[in-house]
Design a binder for this molecule. Structure first.
Ligand code: DAH
Length: 365
């Protein structure tokens, strides 16, 4: 038995070392350690080994088995590394395939709208800012006047995360880009013109207007003498630029704990031009943003003196704007990965006429 083991060790060490590629190495591995492999077969012979030899043969068997396993693992790494090196030095010649030459990509319609938005607000001196997608409930809620147990938390269906080192309920997927408000104030102070265009996440009941993963466009504008008039002006500037200069904008009082006064910003429904239709729920208006004057306590939380400075903030929904702009009735189309539908939307350069919208186009809508 001892001799047999040594022979196997010798033969297989040689075989492993000379394996030219991973395929051969895998075959050797199976030959050794597979169900009907050499190692299993050998262990079946154990009962036949004379008792006095067993204390020697057992450990020897285990040592050789381990050694062969380790040598195979090392060889596998060596073959892989050699392959990577080859890849680095090899030259590829790319030939255009016929299909590829014809196909042309384009930006996602929502990305396009967001890039236009960034350009529009850069012109007004706004700077881009980003905040974490996974954040603490402090930045997402508490510093925005929404303490634990406050009924306003129910406004956001939140996805909490269990993670070592954080108490339950402490870590979450941010429900809005407003988690950037206090961070940007603390980081840059006054005067402040920030824009945040990014993703948020909610535990939503999905329907034509609600997605679990959604975009938001937030601004935080703090300076001396900033007022609701600035909010009305900026809302009009934005909506007219994106949706057309005849777009009508209105503000309604609305409650958010981190603004006072708070407002909902509505755009007149492009589908029915304000007459009322099923898209706008027969009101003639579509809610596109939450907004308001930043609450004095939130300014204080950001290290800003509310007696000296005032600010406005809003959170628009770029996907809602894109629905309006491109005449889409179902928000889920945007993240569906349905290229056919997205290509169709891309081809619609401007808002389509209300007459057309009344007749939704099959697979896009
Ligand atoms: N964060 C709010 C939401 O997701 C929207 C919002 C409301 C943002 C008011 C603001 C604001 O900046 O001032 O529902």
């Amino acid at each position: 038995m001892e001799q047999k083991l040594s022979q196997i060790q010798k033969d297989y060490l040689k075989k492993i070392q000379s394996a030219p590629n991973l395929k051969v190495l895998d075959e050797i591995f199976l030959e050794l350690f597979g169900k009907n492999g050499v190692v299993n077969k050998l262990s079946e012979e154990f009962p036949k080994v004379p008792k006095e030899e067993r204390p020697k043969v057992g450990p020897l068997f285990n040592r050789i088995k381990k050694e062969l396993e380790a040598v195979i693992a090392d060889k596998r790494t060596a073959i892989r590394e050699e392959g990577y090196k080859k890849l680095e030095t090899e030259k590829f010649v790319l030939q255009p395939g016929r299909l590829q030459a014809k196909r042309q990509g384009h930006l996602h319609p929502v990305t396009k709208l967001e890039q236009e938005t960034i350009e529009l607000f850069k012109r007004l001196g706004f700077q881009q800012f980003s905040a974490p997608h996974i954040d603490t409930d402090e930045y997402n809620f508490e510093l925005l006047n929404i303490p634990k147990g406050h009924p306003a938390r129910d406004l956001w269906d939140t996805l909490y995360i269990d993670y070592p080192g954080y108490a339950p309920g402490k870590l979450l997927l941010r429900t809005h880009t407003s988690n950037a408000q206090v961070r940007s104030m603390r980081e840059f102070g006054t005067p402040l013109r920030m824009m945040i265009i990014d993703r948020c996440f909610r535990y939503e009941n999905l329907d034509a207007r609600h997605e679990h993963t959604l975009e938001q466009f937030e601004i935080v504008y703090v300076d001396k003498g900033v007022s609701m008039a600035n909010l009305q002006y900026l809302s009009e500037y934005f909506l007219k630029a994106v949706l057309g200069k005849n777009t009508k904008v209105r503000m309604r009082p609305k409650y958010y704990p981190f603004v006072e006064p708070g407002a909902g910003v509505d755009g007149q429904c492009l589908f029915c031009e304000g007459k009322g239709c099923k898209v706008c729920g027969w009101t003639g208006w579509l809610e596109l943003a939450g907004a308001g004057m930043i609450h004095p306590q939130v300014l204080k939380n950001g290290g800003i003196d509310p007696n000296e400075y005032s600010g406005i903030a809003w959170g628009f929904g770029p996907e809602r704007m894109a629905m309006l702009k491109y005449g889409i009735e179902d928000i889920r189309i945007f993240k569906s990965g349905n290229l056919k539908a997205l290509n169709k939307i891309h081809e619609r350069k401007k808002p389509i006429s209300p007459a057309k919208i009344a007749e939704p186009e099959g697979d896009v809508l």
